[in-house]
Design a protein around this ligand. Structure first.
Ligand SMILES: [Zn+2]
Length: 334
């Protein structure tokens, strides 16, 4: 653990398999009535590690004579690296789980959660065959669910202790902090803001050294840009504590960089579709054109934001998505 601001500690759970399971940060806000922001992974080894770190933070606070009453956990959003630890952290440390209504509905059952990830086009955009769709796709999905379930230690939770509004004031150490919705990366994403010190717990929306991942079916490019602009307009913004990577000490500059990157990439996708004219082009070919020769994992990660950019351009009426006999193609409206 690392004290990233007086009284605020960052605990980083280990990553595995590169981008498939990135290291993730949990923040312990200590004090007379503090809070844990985000719950990390749910594997036993992750929970054991977190409990040890949490107890050492308690020791540090007690040795200083400062308060250590952390009795709640609030996650930023319902991706597995942020919510999987909720149930076991509650069990081991007695913290109450605080969720918004959207979050609670998403993680109340395994079935509902899996259904919320359904994205048929992932399997059928460049090769579609009824037998493949009917028999092979469900097997791939099942294997995927099992693999990710084990990698992240996904654990569902049907009985949160408190439900808060996604736009509300929350009391931390006797002061009013703010929770506000920040959809885009995920529809239920919230941020936690301390207006006095200008500290923002931004979850996955603003990261220091990598561009936050966006992809269907849970992300929305327009909502994401709106959220970033909303954050830029906060009255005081000194420090962003992000879910992955180290703190962002120059938050406004970093947010402007991310917005610029997104807009340039959107332009790139627009130009590629335009180039193919009435012939149209598949998502897969666009990704390969932007990232030639990358491995399958990189390709899968990149196709997320490319697909979202395409959805954005379809919604704006600039391009059309067309199902042909062999593939799903994007065609520019000239
Ligand atoms: Zn996420």
């Amino acid at each position: 653990m690392r004290e990233v601001y007086p009284g605020i500690f960052m605990v980083t759970e280990k990553g595995r398999l590169g981008g498939l399971r990135p290291p993730v940060n949990l923040y312990v806000i200590t004090g007379k009535r503090g809070l844990l922001f985000d719950a990390g992974y749910g594997k036993r080894s992750d929970i054991d590690f977190f409990v040890r770190e949490f107890n050492s933070i308690g020791d540090v606070c007690r040795s200083r004579g400062s308060g250590f009453n952390v009795d709640r956990v609030l996650p930023s959003h319902m991706h597995p690296d942020h919510f999987s630890g909720l149930a076991k952290i509650r069990e081991r440390l007695g913290l109450s789980v605080v969720l918004t209504d959207k979050m609670a509905r998403l993680i109340s059952s395994r079935q509902g959660y899996i259904a919320s990830y359904d994205n048929e086009r992932l399997f059928t955009d460049s090769w579609s065959n009824p037998l493949y769709t009917k028999y092979v796709v469900p097997l791939i999905k099942k294997a995927g669910d099992r693999f990710y379930g084990m990698l992240y230690g996904i654990d569902f939770l049907a009985d949160p202790d408190a439900i808060i509004d996604e736009d509300c004031a929350i009391e931390i150490n006797g002061e009013k902090w703010r929770v506000f919705p920040s959809p885009g990366h995920a529809g239920e994403h919230i941020s936690l803001y301390d207006p006095r010190r200008g500290i923002l717990f931004a979850g996955d929306n603003v990261l220091r050294s990598i561009t936050p991942w966006l992809g269907p079916p849970k992300s929305d490019l327009e909502a994401y840009l709106d959220s970033l602009n909303f954050i830029l307009a906060l009255p005081r913004l000194e420090l962003i504590l992000a879910a992955h990577g180290s703190p962002v000490a120059d938050p406004k500059k970093r947010i402007r960089e991310i917005i610029k990157w997104r807009i340039e990439r959107l332009d790139q996708v627009r130009m590629i579709v335009k180039k193919y004219g009435s012939m149209g082009v598949t998502l897969k070919n666009i990704v390969s054109e932007i990232y030639p020769g990358v491995n399958l994992v990189k390709h899968m990660m990149a196709r997320g934001w490319v697909e979202l950019s395409l959805q954005y351009l379809v919604e704006k009426g600039e391009i059309d998505g067309v199902q042909t006999r062999r593939a799903f193609k994007y065609v520019h409206r000239l």
